[in-house]
Write a protein that binds this ligand. Sequence first.
Ligand code: B12
Ligand code: SF4
Ligand code: SF4
Length: 217
Amino acid sequence: MNWDALKTKACAHHLSVLGGFHPSADDIVPQGCQTLILLGPNEPAFWPAFIASGEYTDGAANPLDRWSTRVVGALAQELNATALYPFGGAPYHPFYTWALRTGRIHASPINFLVHDRAGLFVSFRGALCLKDKIPLPAAPPNPCLTCPDQPCRTACPVGALTPEGYDVVGCKDYLDTAAGADCLTSGCAVRRACPVSQRFGRIPAQSAFHMRAFKGD
Ligand code: B12
Ligand code: SF4
Ligand code: SF4
C-alpha cells in the first residue's frame, strides 16, 4: 500500500485522505499501529453520496456516524487496517492531537483546526491504523502563516469564537435568534471567512446539517 493507492481507494468511498503520521511512543494509538491516517469527507462529492445512502434516508438517529462506521469500516477491512472514529461518546479518541501530528493540519488563531486544502472546514469521519509504515508526502506550509488579514479572528458576529476562546453557550444562544439563521443555514461564519475554506467547495446544505446537529435540533 502506498499513499497514492490509499487516496484512490478512499476516494472510491467518497472519503479524502487528510494526512497521516508515524506514531511514536508518546502517541495514544492502538498497539501495532505503524501509520495513522485521518479520513474526511471528499467534498463536494461526499454530500450527494451521503444523502442517497440508507443511513440518511432511513430516518433513524445519527445517520452520519452510522454512514462513517459502515464506509470507513469497509475501507479498513479492504486494507487490513483498524478503523477508529471521532464520535461514540467519551472518552474520545484524540483526533485534534492526531490532526496536529500530521503536520498539515494546524491550530488556527481561533484554535479550530485548519487544513491546507479544507481550511477551517476540515473534519474527520474516521482514522485508519495501518500495520505498515508507509512513506508520507511532505506537508504543505501552514496557510495561516501567509494569511494577511486572518479574518477568522473577527468574523463571529457575536464574538463567541475568537483567539480568546469559544463561548459555546453564547454561540448557541445566537443560533436561536433570527440573525443567527445565517450561521445555521450556511455554516459558522468564522469557518466560512477563511480564504482556504472558501476555495474548498463545501455545500451549504452539508454545513446546515452539522449546525442543526450541533444546536441540538
Ligand atoms: C466534544 C467536541 C465538541 C464540543 C466541545 C469542543 C471543545 N471545547 O473541545 C462542542 C460540542 C462544543 C463541539 C462543537 C463543534 N465541533 Co467538535 N468535537 C468534539 C469531539 C467529539 C471531542 C473532543 C475531545 O474531547 N477529544 C478528546 C481529547 C482528549 O483529545 P484531543 O481532541 O486531541 O484534545 C485536544 C482538543 O480538545 C484541544 N482543545 C482544547 N480546547 C479546545 C477548544 C476548541 C474550540 C478546539 C477546536 C480544540 C480544543 O486541546 C486538546 C489537547 O490538544 C471532537 C472529536 C474528537 N474525537 O476529538 C470534535 C471536533 C473537535 N469538533 C469538530 C467540529 C467540526 C465541531 C463543530 C464545528 C461541528 C458543527 N458545526 O456542528 C462544532 C463547532 C460549532 C461551530 N461554531 O461551528 C471537529 C474539528 C473541526 C475543526 N476544524 O477544528 C472534530 C475533530 C470532530 C470531527 N469529526 O471532525 N465539539
Ligand atoms: S482565516 Fe487565515 S489565519 Fe484564519 S484559519 Fe484561515 S488561513 Fe488561518
Ligand atoms: S456559528 Fe456563528 S455564532 Fe457560533 S461561533 Fe460560528 S460565527 Fe459565531
